[in-house]
Design a protein around this ligand. Structure first.
Ligand SMILES: [Fe+2]
Ligand SMILES: [Fe+2]
Length: 348
C-alpha cells in the first residue's frame, strides 16, 4: 500500500502483508513524526476496495491521497525544516568569534584550524584563486592572514563555511549546480563594493549579507518543486512577482525563511535584518545593508548571474538609488567590478 504523509508529503510503501486487515492503525511518519492513520476496515479478507463507477474515489483512495498543508500550518512546518539544513561548521562560527575579539591572537585561530583541516583546505583553495592574485600562492592560514590581511581572511572563512551548501542545485528555482553559489558570490562582492562607496564601516557585514541573502531558497526549493503547478497558476496572469507567488502558495517568502536560517547559523541580527528586507528595503526601517544588497542583487540579475525562474521578475524599489546616493555611472562601475570578482574567485 502507498501512503502519503500529510505532514511532509513523503510517500511510504508498506507491504500489504504487514498491514493488519480489518483494523484502523496509526503510526508516526519516520520523516516528520506526523501521525498517519489508515482505516483498513474496508479491506477485510484481503479484498481490494471495489472500484467506483463514474470515476469517483473510494473511501480508502481518498484517505491515501496527497494532502497539502496550507497557511500557518505549512509555514510552521517549513520553519521546522530549517533544523534539517547542515549547520554552519562550528569552526567557522568559532573563527568569526575569535576574529571579533580584540584580545584574541592569531595563535588561537591557528590552533582552531589545526583541528579542522577540511575547512583550512577550503580557505587556502579560495585564497589561492586568481581573485586574490597572490604570487607563488599561500600554503598556511597564517601566511594567508599575513599576505591578505585579517579582513580578507575573515571573508574567506565565511565563504568556506557556505560554499558547499550554496553550490547545490535548486530545481524549483531553476538553478543548476553552482548557479546560486555564483549569484551569491557576485552579490557579496558587489555589496562590499557598494558599502565602500556608501558607508565603509559596513564593508564586512555587506559581504556576509550579500553572500547569504538568498539562503532561504535552500529551504523553499523542495516546496516549490512539489507545488510547481500552484506556482504556475499563481504566476499565470503575470501580475505577481515570484516573491508574491511564494507568499501566496507557501505562506512565506525566501527572505523571511532566510532570517530563520541566519538564526540557526548564528549570524548577527543586523545581517539577518538586511537579508529579511533585501527585496523591499523601504520596509526595513532604514537598514543600509538591505538597500546595499538590494542593489547588488539587482545588478547581478541584470548581468544574468543566477537568474533562475524568478530572476526576471524582480525590480529595483523606487527611492533606493537616492537613499544610497548612487547614480547610473556607479551602477555600471559596480557591475564591472562584480562580474570580474565573481569570475576570478571561481577560477581554479
Ligand atoms: Fe532574493
Ligand atoms: Fe538574489
Amino acid at each position: 500500500m502507498r501512503i502519503t504523509c500529510s505532514g511532509c508529503a513523503k510517500v511510504l510503501v508498506i507491504p500489504d502483508e504487514r498491514l493488519p486487515k480489518g483494523k484502523a492503525i496509526a503510526f508516526p511518519c519516520p520523516t516528520c513524526s506526523t501521525m498517519i492513520k489508515i482505516d483498513l476496515q474496508s479491506q477485510v479478507s484481503g479484498q481490494k476496495p471495489a472500484p467506483q463507477a463514474n470515476g469517483q474515489k473510494t473511501a480508502a483512495q481518498a484517505k491515501t491521497e496527497k494532502v497539502y498543508l496550507t497557511g500557518e500550518a505549512l509555514k510552521q512546518k517549513i520553519v521546522k525544516t530549517v533544523d534539517e539544513l547542515p549547520p554552519m561548521p562550528q569552526t567557522v562560527i568559532k573563527a568569526r568569534e575569535i576574529m571579533d575579539d580584540p584580545k584574541a591572537g592569531f595563535k588561537e585561530l591557528a590552533t582552531l584550524f589545526e583541528s579542522d583541516q577540511a575547512i583550512a583546505a577550503k580557505i587556502l583553495k579560495l585564497a589561492n584563486s586568481p581573485f586574490y592574485g597572490i604570487v607563488g600562492g599561500v600554503s598556511s592560514i597564517q601566511q594567508a592572514s599575513i599576505v591578505l590581511g585579517q579582513k580578507v581572511l575573515r571573508e574567506l572563512i565565511t565563504l568556506s563555511g557556505v560554499s558547499g551548501l550554496l553550490g547545490n542545485q535548486l530545481a524549483g528555482y531553476g538553478l543548476d549546480v553552482g548557479d546560486l553559489w555564483k549569484h551569491s558570490l557576485a552579490v557579496a562582492f558587489g555589496a562590499r563594493h557598494i558599502a565602500v562607496k556608501v558607508d565603509a564601516k559596513l564593508e564586512n557585514d555587506a559581504f556576509t549579507t550579500g553572500l547569504l541573502h538568498d539562503s532561504g531558497k535552500l529551504i523553499l526549493d523542495t516546496y516549490i518543486t512539489e507545488r510547481w503547478q500552484q506556482f504556475e497558476e499563481a504566476l499565470a496572469d503575470g501580475k505577481r512577482t515570484f516573491i508574491e507567488a511564494e507568499r501566496k502558495v507557501l505562506a512565506l517568502d525566501h527572505p523571511e525563511i532566510a532570517a530563520e536560517v541566519c538564526k540557526a547559523w548564528h549570524i548577527p541580527k543586523e545581517i539577518s535584518h538586511g537579508i529579511r528586507y533585501h527585496h523591499h528595503p523601504s520596509q526595513s526601517k532604514g537598514s543600509k545593508l538591505a538597500y546595499i544588497v538590494h542593489v547588488a542583487d539587482a545588478i547581478a540579475l541584470m548581468s544574468g548571474i543566477g537568474l533562475g525562474v524568478d530572476g526576471t521578475r524582480y525590480q529595483i524599489e523606487e527611492g533606493t538609488m537616492a537613499f544610497l546616493k548612487l547614480n547610473d555611472e556607479d551602477l555600471s562601475e559596480i557591475m564591472g567590478h562584480m562580474l570580474s570578482a565573481a569570475k576570478k574567485i571561481t577560477e581554479e
